[in-house]
Design a protein around this ligand. Structure first.
Ligand SMILES: [Zn+2]
Length: 181
């Protein structure tokens, strides 16, 4: 038996709908480049009055790039990750967007500790880490905006790594196929 956390199931479509709403309310519905630091430092505190964003020294967070405690509305980001994100580094911008995903989706009641038998596996859409990754990718490079673009264009215009751009383009492509089927 292994212990793991199981989240309320969320499909990629559920996640992209949520992102679309968030981007719209934040005033960035049609912007390719999402200003993630402006979002966590300026916008989130307006929407969630007790929201806290902490930049934490490297020694304190160790090998974790960031962490989120949804019940306390708290996101903590390692200092070096924060610095690189402010310089526009895609991977670090995505780390912050990933933590925002945990903040929105993973309040206590949506997460349950579960035990899996060795032959059992958590489904991707009920894995909180998969959900936060899908959210982060979608927030920075939304499938509704990038369809038809090249990997390089997505990476440059959305400020994400080439790898994240590929994942998002694939998701945009699958979404298109689903809706045209
Ligand atoms: Zn995570």
């Amino acid at each position: 038996m292994t212990n793991c956390y199981r989240a309320t199931p969320l499909s990629r479509d559920d996640i992209s709908k949520a992102v679309h709403t968030i981007r719209k309310h934040a005033g960035f519905e049609n912007e390719l480049y999402f200003p993630i630091l402006h979002f966590v430092e300026i916008i989130l505190p307006l929407v969630i009055p007790d929201f806290q964003f902490e930049v934490v020294p490297v020694i304190e967070l160790g090998n974790k790039h960031g962490e989120t405690i949804p019940t306390e509305n708290l996101i903590r980001i390692r200092e070096d990750v924060y610095c690189r994100a402010s310089e526009g580094e895609g991977r670090d911008r995505l780390t912050i967007a990933h933590e925002v995903g945990h903040l929105f989706f993973h309040e206590n009641e949506s997460i349950a500790l579960c035990r899996l038998a060795p032959d059992q596996k958590l489904k991707p859409y009920e894995d909180p880490e998969w959900q936060a990754n899908a959210f982060g990718g979608e927030l920075l490079a939304p499938s509704y905006l990038i369809s038809g673009m090249s990997v390089d264009e997505v990476s440059r215009k959305c400020g994400v790594s080439t790898c994240a751009a590929q994942v998002q383009l694939k998701a945009a492509c699958q979404k298109k196929q689903r809706y045209s089927a």
